[in-house]
Ligand binder design. Sequence first.
Ligand code: ARG
Length: 476
Amino acid sequence: MTDEPSGGEAGGPVGGEAGGQLWAGRFSKAPAPEAHALGRSLHFDVRLAPYDVRASIAHVGALRRAGLIADEEASQLERALREIGDEIAAGVFVFDDRDEDVHLAIERAVTHRLGDVGAKLHAGRSRNDLVVTDVRLWLLDVGGRIREATAALARTLIARAREHAATVFPGTTHQRAAQPVALGHHLLAHAWALARDLERLAQWSERTSVSPLGAGALGTSTLGLDPAATAEALGFGRAFENSLDAVSDRDAVQEFLAVASIEATHLSRLAADVARWTDPALAWAELDEAYATGSSMMPQKRNPDTAELARGKAARIVGDLVSLTALLQGLPLGYHRDLQEDKEPAFDAADTLLLVLPALEGCVATLTFDIDAMRAACSDEGLYATDLAEALVKGGVPFREAHRGTGELLKRVADEGRSLRDLSAEEWQAFGVPDGAAMLDPDAAIVARAGAGGPSEASVLAQISALERMLEVPQL
Ligand code: ARG
């Protein structure tokens, strides 16, 4: 493989290096095939090509401003880089077997096309600052797409919550019916989690918007390049402050994976609710067939595979965070080839989130809620016990006493084979809550909690306005 330049785009070796590697001037031997195979990242980092082209064009500007290349040379380089970018995007670019990664593939092609002018491109830069520049540009791009998809799911939850601002829903703790709430309140709890994800993504983007280009291999260069101008040309908020930090730091990737893991966790919990609500044993909601799957054996099944996969995919995103964190911990500063392993977890997490978000959105948008089933699930008198205890509290009874007294009342009626609904006006009077019978009603129980942040229709509508205001903020 290495003795025979494999034709392709880039032609023969540039200079006298062994095996045709661009870095091989000092070498007399080509890499062993298995070492080359281990080192090769082209198959996954090729997706950085558009960002490598952008970063390279910005670097050409830096070389030109420093007087290291003429204007005409800069135009030639820029043109060649754009052409190569277009060819890679169109799938017609011919890669060279010898290229380890996308950076070398692009540089080789530029040099092949432009000769000596092309060979000027890599002055004052290293793949160490280049790769992390590409990764940051990609992260900022994909972060924007994740923000859009997240906001779309949040909007869908808000729309469903508006429809069900007053719909009675059996709020649960420990998966057991606990107190009635508006269904909209439960749906908005998921929307608030996504709003925090959006906030985290916005703050992370801000910290990620730092250009490492010009840091070189670790200690900048002697060429008088201007990293701040390069940063500006690339649309970054600022340039690096410390060149060694610039090439060593992978906080932007790790934080992205942390934010993605938190978001994936939120999605998994929404998915778990969808799967549970649509369980025929509860039947609080029904899945649209477009978001359900049949069983290959049991004809009657309509399974919540979309929701279950949204839940299951969170595991791999958390795994991506763990692999990157394991990769970084204990690694001395400076570039190490270990860092090549930072990209696949990031790509995987981004791809996975962008797969899950629209699917879960469609699944939630098309759920049919069974209003009667949810109301029926609120018929258990126990769901009103806390309100009865609180009614005693409002009459001056200490809460612990009220709690015990209500518990004893529940036990007594159960022992007598009766229900709270069978209590006479006199019995309610004796208990100390004359309007107790009227309190065993889900609508009344929800209205009684009309305060801010609570589960009532008024609160749901106020929450919707607050969330919509947040979603209008452009940086979210
Ligand atoms: N493909 C490499 C990576 O992803 C590029 C940087 C290589 N740098 C080096 N000094 N070998 O990290």
